[in-house]
Ligand binder design. Structure first.
Ligand SMILES: [Zn+2]
Length: 291
């Protein structure tokens, strides 16, 4: 599932290309992707001719502030990613106009909604599992909704004091708590395992038992790993691609996620282990991350 670095990579790619453009029309073969409003004809009518004023990320949400106080929210969920380009329908299948474009990558072929922009370009969602969420909000209403989320870990005001404050009165295993968006925004299964490996903290350690020094290490690792993820254009181990349809390269820097039974690259003594925490896989080094 795309996390903060992947969503930020998408947002960065969109900013340079679709700001100040307007939506002209929408095509979809899976109208259930649009959750708000549930009437897809109403959605099409409301988004038509709205200009894109601002694009930003909040947690794992991509948000387009539009003219007339509307906002479009897209959550990529499991396997979604946004693509920019030009396609044409050939025998009822969307094919990229440019045959050499990375948009021809098989992972980019699951187009289920296409927004037509007023510069003859298209913004498409490729989503093999069709779990993505698209919502059109009144901007004020959406802003209120987003206030329920925890702080952004890469903002300047996210100090160690603030980070520590996120865990006050919280209980549970650190791996699980790090992934709760109302506590800290944007961290999912890949980056939580990576962060804890860098911080040398066992994923099952209880938040209420963490020492100050361990919290400090997790804080530093959170910023380091998420920044690295953005610098490398995200992780494309699974379906994620950037708006041009290209892979990110965080994959090469992955230390533990989906590396079970490989030797730890730091201690070189132990093999990476995989355990289940609340139904999700967690990966760690038993030598570097003692219980
Ligand atoms: Zn190790």
């Amino acid at each position: 599932m795309p996390e903060l670095p992947e969503v930020q990579t998408t947002v960065n790619g969109l900013k340079s290309k679709v700001l100040k453009r307007a939506f002209v029309d929408v095509w979809s073969d899976w109208e259930k992707l649009v959750k708000k409003p549930t009437d897809s004809n109403l959605f099409k009518r409301q988004i038509k001719n709205k200009k894109i004023i601002r694009i930003y990320r909040r947690a794992k949400n991509i948000i387009f502030n539009l003219s007339e106080d509307y906002s479009l929210l897209i959550h990529l969920k499991m396997t979604g990613h946004l693509l920019l380009g030009k396609w044409k329908l050939v025998d009822n299948i969307w094919k990229p106009v440019d045959k050499k474009s990375p948009l021809n990558d098989p992972y980019n072929r699951f187009l289920h909604i296409i927004f037509y922009l007023n510069n003859n370009h298209m913004l498409a969602l490729s989503d093999v599992r069709k779990f993505a969420k698209i919502e059109l909000w009144q901007t004020k209403e959406l802003e209120k909704e987003l206030q329920k989320l925890g702080p952004e870990p890469l903002e300047d005001d996210f100090t160690f004091k603030r980070f520590k404050g996120c865990f006050t009165k919280k209980r549970g295993k650190i791996k699980q708590v790090l992934m709760i968006p109302e506590i800290i925004a944007g961290i999912g299964n890949i980056y939580s395992s990576e962060i804890l490996w860098h911080a040398k903290v066992h994923p099952e350690k209880l938040v209420q038992n963490l020492k100050e020094s361990e919290l400090k290490n997790i804080y530093k690792a959170t910023q380091k790993v998420l920044r690295l993820g953005i610098d490398l254009g995200g992780d494309s181990f699974s379906d994620y691609r950037n708006v041009n349809g290209e892979k990110g390269s965080f994959n090469e820097q992955r230390k533990v996620y989906k590396r079970e039974n490989e030797f730890c690259s730091r201690c070189k003594k132990s093999k990476i282990k995989r355990i289940k925490i609340a139904g999700r896989s967690a990966f760690y080094c038993p030598t570097c991350q003692k219980p």
